[in-house]
Design a protein. Structure first.
Length: 225
């Protein structure tokens, strides 16, 4: 257990040193909440939000709130129709008080299985992004694929690793890549906290982001008597 904690501290320390050579010269943060609420054998409702900052607790970058309806085909496969609203601050690019607002509709497939004894999950998502103020390119479509795994260390701690590639459908196919690793802490049977690091490659920039994430699952199905 001490080895895993030491490894995480090493990764975070390295990210601090790398951030000093990034184009923004800052170590940013992403704060995330995600909830998955099962309402029947076939349906669940997901809700979530994110706040991105260019610095640990200051210099606002992005606010995302989202929700979705999931249909469970079986225990390993589900599909989702989702909606999200984003407030994106572009002032760091030299545009004073420039906020872009985005309405996002998405379709998603989520599949999980085991490879030998390793749990594997796949997420494929298509996003339709509508921006305001309206411009010539105010509607964009994006494809996202995430491959991940979760390794339990004991009943309390686990390691979460995933990599996600994002691509525009219209042009400039490759958009960005997000590599994520975290130490997870099970707070209860239905909730966990993840403390992690993400390397984000976008527009030829190597960005380094710490992540603090809370995940909650609830089950509102009626218990059989």
């Amino acid at each position: 257990m001490k080895y895993y904690i030491a490894s995480l501290i090493f990764i975070l320390t390295m990210s601090l040193s790398y951030s000093q050579t990034s184009p923004q010269d800052k170590l940013g943060t992403w704060y995330t909440y995600f909830g998955d609420h099962r309402v029947s054998n076939k349906l669940s409702i997901s809700v979530g939000g994110q706040v991105w900052c260019y610095e640990p607790v200051t210099n606002f970058n992005l606010l995302l709130v989202k929700t979705g309806i999931d249909y469970h085909i079986n225990n390993k496969l589900k599909v989702e129709l989702g909606y999200g609203f984003l407030d994106i601050d572009k002032s760091i690019d030299g545009i004073k008080d420039k906020h872009i607002f985005e309405n996002r509709i998405s379709e998603q497939i989520y599949f999980k299985h085991r490879l030998v004894n390793l749990p594997i999950d796949h997420r494929l998502r298509i996003e339709h992004r509508i921006f305001n103020p309206r411009t010539e390119n105010s509607t964009k479509h994006r494809l996202r694929y995430r491959l991940g795994t979760k390794v339990n260390l004991n009943k309390t701690f686990f390691i979460r690793i995933n990599n996600e590639t994002l691509a525009h459908i219209q042009k400039d196919f490759f958009s960005e890549n997000r590599l994520y690793g975290a130490l997870g802490i099970n707070l209860s049977k239905s909730s966990n906290l993840q403390l992690g690091y993400m390397h984000r490659y976008i527009n030829d920039l190597n960005l380094h982001r710490l992540q603090v994430s809370v995940f909650i699952k609830t089950d509102h199905r009626k218990k059989k008597v």
